[in-house]
Design a protein around this ligand. Structure first.
Ligand code: G3I
Length: 395
């Protein structure tokens, strides 16, 4: 009898202990993780999940869903266009801070961090600058001063409000450019020589000692041949190493992550290895502009699921590769998508016959990619995925 009671008590105790071990005290009241936002799930790993923001869409009263999802799903925002030079200073000496300030206010209201994009880039420069250089009315010496003033004014204006600045963007050529040997390309290198890169970081640091200063580029998700003559990741790695050796205050490298399903792309291990190499230099990393586009065929336009589904799956898999790699490296601080809905993507405008690049469709239905990202954030943790290590701005 006693034995039976002891056994019964023992069984109950073991059962209770078992339940305690596997279920949290609030089980039953636990929210389904799949119902949580990307930003909430990212915080499990101290990882900020971001989006580029199109200010026209954000301010469109006819499209409240854009604003609602920007606020609810993301913990960091980037201006898609309104912090670029042509937007900030369309007329020489006359700054238009309005739209960028609006984004900063929106971010504050929604408890979001801001990535500043972009201080130095060869695209979207104001006409007065490019034509002044072309017609000789702006000399090289003056151009350098203009760049220094621009960086100083912009960084000071936003001082204390920007988490990460893309200080220099896309300074390196691609293997399909002429000459094909990788080199510093574009307006700034042509007119000032490659030293403008180091100068830009120093000027930005002088204007805001606390913002993290990033170099940002595309096609640097993984290492290839390792030859800087044709491996862009290697070229950027060598550049970052040289900048650090020279005491230049660079804090991070942003990998844009513009991928296409028609290309070979990478697996998680290759991307994680690349992030680790940059982290081993003492740099933070981030994915800064992720989207994964596909070629759109006539059959797809007619709704042929045989052609649509593999592309949606492949797009989702590529998002997942980049996100898993970022999760795996504690110095990868944020994962930003370049717009979240196909409704406003830059891709069809730029590539014509390509699209379906984002994580929501044009009607704000979450796609396979959105759910795969959530799965990655939910089903990861110790020992291989650990909380982020914050980066201290380098002096
Ligand atoms: O603002 C004008 C508008 O007044 C005019 O009516 C309209 C007509 O075409 O053009 C509008 O400007 C467009 C601008 O986006 C704002 O929508 C430009 O034509 C268009 O070229 C510009 O494209 C931007 C592109 O950078 C320019 O280089 C994309 O929105 C933006 O997503 C894209 O972002 C870049 C990152 O900054 C750097 N990395 C690559 C990424 C994708 O190209």
């Amino acid at each position: 009898m006693l034995l039976r009671r002891w056994i019964a008590t023992g069984v109950a105790a073991v059962a209770t202990l078992g339940a305690l071990n596997t279920l949290p005290a609030t089980a039953g009241h636990q929210p389904n993780p799949a119902d949580q936002s990307l930003r909430t799930l990212g915080m499990r790993h101290d990882l900020f999940i971001g989006t580029a923001v199109d200010m026209a869409a954000l301010n469109d009263p006819a499209d409240p869903q854009y604003r609602q999802l920007t606020a609810s799903q993301f913990s960091t925002v980037t201006a898609e266009n309104v912090m670029k030079w042509e937007s900030l200073e369309p007329t020489r000496g006359v700054y238009n801070w309005g739209p960028a300030d609006e984004l900063i206010a929106f971010a504050k209201q929604n408890n979001q961090r801001v990535r500043g994009h972009v201080l130095v880039w060869h695209n979207q420069l104001p006409g007065w600058l490019t034509s002044g250089v072309a017609d000789g009315s702006i000399s090289t010496a003056e151009l350098r001063d203009i760049l220094k003033n621009h960086i100083t004014n912009v960084v000071k204006h936003f001082k204390g409000k920007i988490w990460q600045w893309d200080v220099v963007n896309e300074a390196v050529s691609d293997p399909w450019d002429t000459p094909s040997t990788l080199h510093y390309k574009g307006f700034w290198a042509q007119h000032l020589g490659p030293d403008y890169v180091a100068d830009a970081f120093r000027w930005a640091r002088a204007a805001d000692p606390k913002a993290l200063l990033f170099y940002n580029d595309y096609n640097i998700e993984a290492f290839g041949s390792g030859d800087p003559a044709n491996d862009k990741t290697q070229f950027v790695y060598d550049m970052a190493k040289q900048l650090l050796a020279a005491g230049v205050p660079i804090d991070g490298v942003g990998s844009q992550g513009h991928l296409g399903t028609q290309y070979g792309n990478f697996d998680t291990l290759q991307v994680a290895a690349a992030l680790k190499k940059f982290a081993d230099l003492g740099l933070a990393t981030a994915f800064t502009e992720v989207d994964v586009r596909s070629q759109i065929t006539e059959a797809m336009e007619n709704g042929d699921s045989n052609e649509i589904n593999p592309r949606l799956q492949a797009s989702a898999a590529n998002y997942s590769v980049l996100l898993q790699a970022c999760l795996a490296d504690r110095h990868c601080l944020s994962f930003t998508v370049w717009g979240f809905t196909d409704k406003y993507s830059w891709v069809p405008n730029w590539f014509g016959s390509e699209g379906l690049a984002n994580i929501y469709d044009e009607n704000y239905q979450p796609k396979r990619a959105y759910n795969l990202m959530k799965g990655d954030l939910i089903y990861s943790g110790a020992p291989y995925v650990l909380p982020r290590i914050p980066q201290r701005p380098r002096r």
